[in-house]
Ligand binder design. Structure first.
Ligand SMILES: Cc1cc2nc3c(=O)[nH]c(=O)nc-3n(C[C@H](O)[C@H](O)[C@H](O)COP(=O)(O)OP(=O)(O)OC[C@H]3O[C@@H](n4cnc5c(N)ncnc54)[C@H](O)[C@@H]3O)c2cc1C
Length: 394
């Protein structure tokens, strides 16, 4: 197999021909996808698709995906080297591609049929098809098992009715991974849930965008009324959707913000200290050291997780990474705003730095919610790792 460092150098050479290298202290706010208008959102989504197509044409997409599924057939270490190189360059953000290259890919690989893998994975690798995750509902977030969206068998088809919410990038998605209740009489509620692949253009599916606290528009509500899908749309087995979704959620926790060694937070806090004239302030220096160390430790933890030396890659390690990464995200964003001082509270229209710092604090709120809240991760770790008594359940 191609040597990882050789691969890294080929990616670097390709990127350097096309995109600027970020200076070591760059405050790379580009990663935050500041999309506050419908036009901005659409432009970011278009740029992401275009960039993914470029990567694909160059052989840098689907790096750790088998060749028969449209990938390069290399290892996770190669994929990690690619993402580290991407972080070093001023490329368009791939985040608007949604959950396809991360969660949908992982779920299809773990639970999809051979036909589903061959049909859907190449479109994910090339960026031709986008995905979203249709799990949360108005009354089923942390307590996902109480979801009420239903799928009822009708001949060779399933008829789906219900409502989903907080569905990231659903307005741009071609397909959704949807959880629905297929057996309302199952002895345990977990046992009556199935995962489906829902084409987002199916009759009866309506997507309505929501605006979040930052003004961003990536969230959506999805209303489903009598949408029909074929029997082949079941991902995994009927009534086994809970097990299928556990794999998705564990991947979400570890991958969501596990950090990939970009030094992004280090750059942000140091550049804010310089801009705010706080480089010699001993208290500021201590807080900066805390953030920089936490980012480094997280990077090592993630490396161990990826190489399976932290554990076998199962749920609790994902919860631990998510807790560490989410806390770092908020601490760093608050530090950046503090270091900028008054400039992060009010700024002239032309000066974007204060705006970016303020946006960072608001955007970081989501880091302890998305992919399962921190309280829920703490419950999981308490019960599964520390052996504490189980939480009382209704
Ligand atoms: C940026 C972002 C992107 C998202 N994208 C998606 C997506 O694409 N698809 C999707 O399906 N969902 C998505 N979500 C939804 C996310 O999964 C839910 O917000 C999350 O699971 C929490 O559910 P909830 O919002 O209903 O909060 P609730 O479950 O109502 O929780 C409210 C509060 O109560 C606490 N709480 C609840 N139960 C317990 C308990 N047992 N013990 C202790 N504390 C508890 C929680 O920690 C939280 O503080 C996204 C969320 C965010 C923020």
């Amino acid at each position: 197999m191609l040597d990882v460092e050789e691969f890294r150098l080929s990616v670097r050479a390709w990127l350097e021909d096309r995109y600027d290298v970020l200076p070591p202290d760059a405050d790379d706010e580009r990663l935050d996808v500041i999309v506050r208008t419908p036009d901005g959102h659409e432009a970011a989504a278009r740029a992401a698709k275009r960039f993914q197509r470029e990567l694909h044409a160059a052989g840098f997409a689907g790096v750790d995906l088998a060749e028969e599924y449209g990938g390069r057939g290399l290892s996770r270490a190669h994929a990690r080297a690619l993402s580290q190189e991407l972080m070093r360059h001023d490329t368009p953000s791939l985040r608007p591609l949604g959950v396809g290259p991360t969660l949908a890919k992982a779920t299809l690989l773990a639970s999809g049929s051979e036909e589903q893998k061959r049909r859907f994975l190449p479109g994910i690798a090339s960026g031709a098809e986008q995905w979203c995750q249709l799990f949360s509902e108005p009354d089923a977030g942390s307590d996902l098992v109480s979801l009420r969206t239903s799928a009822v068998g009708d001949g060779d088809e399933w008829v789906i009715d219900g409502q989903k919410v907080w569905s990231s990038y659903a307005a741009d998605a071609d397909f959704g991974m949807l959880l629905a209740r297929t057996d309302p009489d199952a002895a345990r509620p977990h046992a009556g849930i199935t995962m489906f692949i829902l084409p987002m253009d199916a009759d009866g599916v309506q997507v309505r965008p929501l605006v979040d606290v930052t003004g961003g528009r990536h969230f959506n509500e999805v209303f489903i009324e009598g949408a029909r899908v074929a029997a082949e749309a079941v991902l995994g087995e009927v009534n086994n959707g809970w097990a299928v979704s556990s794999g998705t959620l564990s991947g979400e926790r570890s991958g969501y913000m596990g950090g990939s060694g970009s030094g992004r937070r280090r750059r942000q806090v140091i550049s804010a200290a310089r801009a705010g004239g706080r480089v010699d302030d001993p208290v500021a220096r201590q807080r900066i050291a805390r953030v920089v160390s936490a980012e480094r430790i997280l990077e090592f933890l993630r490396g161990r997780y990826v190489s399976r030396t932290l554990c076998d890659g199962s749920g609790p390690a994902g919860s631990m990474l998510k807790l560490a990464a989410g806390s770092l995200e908020q601490e760093a964003a608050e530090l950046v705003a503090d270091l900028r001082g008054a400039a992060a509270q009010a700024w002239p229209t032309a000066a974007r730095d204060g705006d970016v710092a303020c946006h960072g604090v608001n955007a970081a709120r989501q880091s302890t919610i998305a992919g399962g809240t921190h309280q829920i991760q703490q419950n999981l770790l308490g019960e599964r790792v520390l052996g504490l008594p189980r939480e009382p359940r209704a």
